[in-house]
Design a protein around this ligand. Structure first.
Ligand code: ATP
Ligand code: MG
Ligand code: MG
Ligand code: MG
Length: 565
C-alpha cells in the first residue's frame, strides 16, 4: 500500500473521553472512529488487525476440529423466552419489534440460537461431539460503554459451542479448547494468565477466564506466588462464600428473612439480576452473641435505584469502612436489604447498635443483609478494598504460596454449561440405549475487538502503538526521506516491489512530507519495522528502525529479509 493513497486519518488530538492508551492511540493513529457511545467504525488498519486475529483463531479452531458457521445476528425473542434469559439478561439485551410486531433481540451471545440450530438436526450420540463457532458482531447495551474497543456496545466476538453425550467428553473438549486458546494468545504475542471465574448470566459450572495482564484491566485477579493458581477476585470470593452456613427462616415483624445460601438465591430473593448486581459479599460480621450479619456490595442494579438514596453510613462502621474511604474509591453508600424502605430508613435512622438488636436480636442465627448499591460506580477498584480474599492470603490451591493481586483484561471466557440450555430448549439426542438425553454443552467466547485494544494496552509507549508481529497491520514501512531525490525514490520503489513479491505486508511512505513528521506518524501507527531510505544510500546503506527497541541501525537491502522474517 502506498501511504499517499492510504486512508489513515491520523490526528494530533485524542477523543476527549479517551483515558486508556489503546483508546487514545487507536483513535489518533486512524484505526477507529467513534459513531456513538460504544459504537466504532473500523478503518482499514483496524480491519487488517482484526483479520489477522481472526485468521489465527480460525487456524487454531480448525486444528481442534471446530467448524465455523455464521448465525443470524437478529435473533427471535422466543428463543430467549424458552431459555428464560430474556429477563435475566436485563437491559444489555436490545429488543425490538419488526413490522409484523414480532419481537427480536440483537444477539449478545448465541447459546440459544446455536442450540436451536443443532436440535432436531443432531439426533444420535454417534454424531457427537460437535463444536461449532462463529466470529461475529455482538450487541450488548452496556450500562457504561467506555475505553474504546475495550467495552463497546457493538463488538466482535468469537463464540463457540460444543455438544457432548457425556460429561467426560465435555471435560476433554473444555481442556482442548483451553489449550487452543492459550496457543492463540501466545501467537498473538500477549502476556496472559488463565484464571478461575464466575459464570455470570450464562450459567454453568466450570468457568475460566483468559486475562491479558495490564494495569488498565478492569478485572482484579488473585495469583499465587508458588503455583499456577489464579482466580478472578469475584470467583475467589465466591469460593469463600460457599462456607456460609444455611440461614434459617425467621419472621421479623411483617418481614420474612430470606432463606438463602448462595449469591444467586439472594439475587433471586431480591428480584435483582445477579449479572449486573451482586458481585461480592464484602464482610460477614459476627457479634459476641454469635449472631451475625453479612454486608455485601452490589453494583449496577437498576431496580434498587430508589433505595440508593437512603443513607447507610452507620452501617459502614461495623465493617471498618468509613464513608471517606468509600468516597475515595468513588462509592456512594446506600441501603438495600430485606426491609421495606420505611423500615430501612427507621433502622438506619436509629443507632446502629439498635439496628443490630432489632435485626439480629429477633433472629438467633442473625442472618441479615445490608448492602451498598454501587450502581454509580465507574470501576471495580473497590474489590481490592473489600473483597473477602485480600492480598497476602494463603493460596487455596497449593496452600503454600500467598496471593497477590494484579489487573487483567478479560479477553476470553470458557464455560462448562452442562444441560442448562439443552434442557430449557428441549434439545436431545438418543444415547447408546436409545434413550433421549439433553446435550451436555460447553461454550467458549473470545473478545476479538477487545483483543485489538488489549494488544495495545500491553504494547505501547508514549509515542504510540507497538504492534506484535502477528497483529501488525503492516510489518514494514518503507520511508523515502527525501521524495525529491530520484535515487531514493527508485531504491524505495524497488524494495517495495521486492517485499511485496515476497508476501511481506509493506507500506511505502511516498508522501511529500517532512522526515520528522513521517517518522512520528510511523511510530504512532506502530509498524514493527521502518526502513529509512536516506542519505546513506550513496554508501549502499539503508536504515532499519525497530519500533519495539527504537534502535536505528544501518542495513544493506539484501539483509532486510533476514532481519524481518
Ligand atoms: P465483561 O466482564 O468484561 O463485561 P463478560 O464476562 O460480560 O465481559 P462474556 O459474556 O464472557 O463477557 O463474553 C465473552 C468475551 O467477549 C469476553 O471475555 C470479552 O472478551 C468479550 N466482551 C464481552 N463484552 C464486551 C464488550 N462490551 N466489548 C468488547 N468485548 C466484550
Ligand atoms: Mg459483561
Ligand atoms: Mg466478565
Ligand atoms: Mg465473561
Amino acid at each position: 500500500m502506498r501511504r499517499s493513497k492510504a486512508f489513515i486519518p491520523t490526528t494530533k488530538e485524542a477523543p476527549s473521553d479517551a483515558t486508556l492508551p489503546s483508546h487514545i492511540f487507536l483513535s489518533r493513529a486512524g484505526f477507529i472512529t467513534q459513531v456513538a457511545a460504544g459504537l466504532y467504525n473500523y478503518l482499514p488498519l483496524a480491519k487488517r488487525v482484526i483479520k489477522k486475529i481472526e485468521n489465527i483463531i480460525n487456524e487454531e479452531m480448525t486444528k481442534i476440529g471446530a467448524q465455523e458457521v455464521e448465525l443470524s445476528f437478529v435473533t427471535p425473542a422466543e428463543l430467549w423466552q424458552e431459555s428464560g434469559r430474556i429477563e435475566k439478561f436485563g437491559k444489555e439485551l436490545l429488543r425490538f419489534h419488526d413490522r409484523k410486531n414480532n419481537l427480536f433481540v440483537l444477539g449478545p451471545t448465541h447459546e440459544e440460537m446455536m442450540v436451536d440450530v443443532v436440535r432436531n438436526r443432531v439426533t444420535s450420540y454417534k454424531n457427537l461431539p460437535l463444536n461449532l463457532y462463529q466470529i461475529k458482531t455482538k450487541f450488548r447495551d452496556e450500562a457504561r460503554p467506555r475505553f474504546g474497543l475495550m467495552r463497546g456496545r457493538e463488538f466482535i466476538m468469537k463464540d463457540g459451542y460444543s455438544f457432548h453425550a457425556t460429561t467426560e467428553d465435555l471435560d476433554r473438549e473444555f481442556d482442548t479448547v483451553e489449550e487452543a486458546y492459550k496457543k492463540i494468545l501466545t501467537r498473538l504475542g500477549l502476556d496472559f494468565r488463565i484464571v478461575e471465574a464466575d459464570s455470570g448470566a450464562i450459567g454453568g459450572s466450570g468457568s475460566k477466564e483468559l486475562m491479558v495482564l495490564a494495569d488498565s484491566g478492569e478485572d482484579t485477579i488473585a495469583v499465587c506466588s508458588k503455583c499456577e493458581y489464579g482466580a478472578n477476585i469475584e470467583a475467589a470470593s465466591r469460593s469463600k462464600r460457599s462456607h456460609i452456613p444455611e440461614a434459617p427462616e425467621v419472621t421479623f415483624n411483617k418481614f420474612k428473612t430470606p432463606d438463602v445460601k448462595t449469591i444467586d438465591e439472594l439475587a433471586e430473593f431480591f428480584k435483582i439480576d445477579p449479572y449486573y448486581t451482586i458481585k461480592c459479599i464484602a464482610k460477614r460480621v459476627i457479634y459476641e452473641d454469635e449472631s451475625e450479619i453479612v454486608l455485601f456490595f452490589v453494583r449496577g442494579c437498576d431496580n434498587l435505584q430508589e433505595v440508593k438514596a437512603v443513607n447507610a453510613t452507620e452501617a459502614l462502621d461495623i465493617v471498618d469502612v468509613t464513608e471517606e474511604e468509600l468516597k475515595e474509591i468513588g462509592l456512594v453508600p446506600g441501603f438495600i436489604g430485606p426491609l421495606d424502605q420505611d423500615k430501612a430508613k427507621h433502622v438506619i435512622d436509629s443507632d446502629l447498635k439498635d439496628a443490630k438488636d432489632m435485626i439480629c436480636g429477633a433472629n438467633e442465627a442473625g442472618y441479615h443483609y445490608i448492602g451498598v448499591d454501587l450502581s454509580v460506580l465507574s470501576d471495580v477498584a473497590y474489590f481490592e478494598d473489600i473483597a473477602e480474599v485480600n492480598e497476602g492470603d494463603i493460596c487455596p490451591h497449593c496452600e503454600e504460596g500467598t496471593l497477590s493481586f494484579t489487573k487483567g483484561i478479560e479477553v476470553g471466557h470458557i464455560f462448562k454449561l452442562g444441560t442448562t440450555y439443552s434442557e430449557a430448549l428441549k434439545a436431545e439426542f438418543l444415547d447408546e440405549n436409545g434413550k433421549a438425553q439433553p446435550f451436555i454443552m460447553g461454550t467458549y467466547g473470545m473478545g476479538v475487538s477487545r483483543m485489538v485494544a488489549a494488544v495495545i494496552e500491553q504494547h505501547h509507549d508514549d509515542n504510540g502503538c507497538i504492534w506484535t508481529k502477528a497483529t501488525a497491520p503492516y510489518m514494514v514501512n518503507i520511508m523515502i526521506s527525501n521524495i525529491k531525490d530520484e535515487a531514493q525514490v527508485q531504491a524505495g520503489e524497488k524494495l517495495y516491489k521486492q517485499l511485496q513479491d515476497a508476501d511481506v505486508e509493506v507500506m511505502l511512505d511516498d508522501r511529500k512530507e517532512r522526515f520528522g513528521f513521517k517518522m512520528k506518524d510511523a511510530e504512532l501507527i506502530g509498524f514493527p519495522y521502518t526502513i529509512v531510505i536516506g542519505k546513506e544510500l550513496v554508501n549502499g546503506h539503508m536504515q532499519i528502525f525497530e519500533r519495539v527497541t527504537k534502535e536505528k541501525t544501518d542495513i544493506k537491502s539484501e539483509e532486510i529479509f533476514n532481519k524481518i522474517m
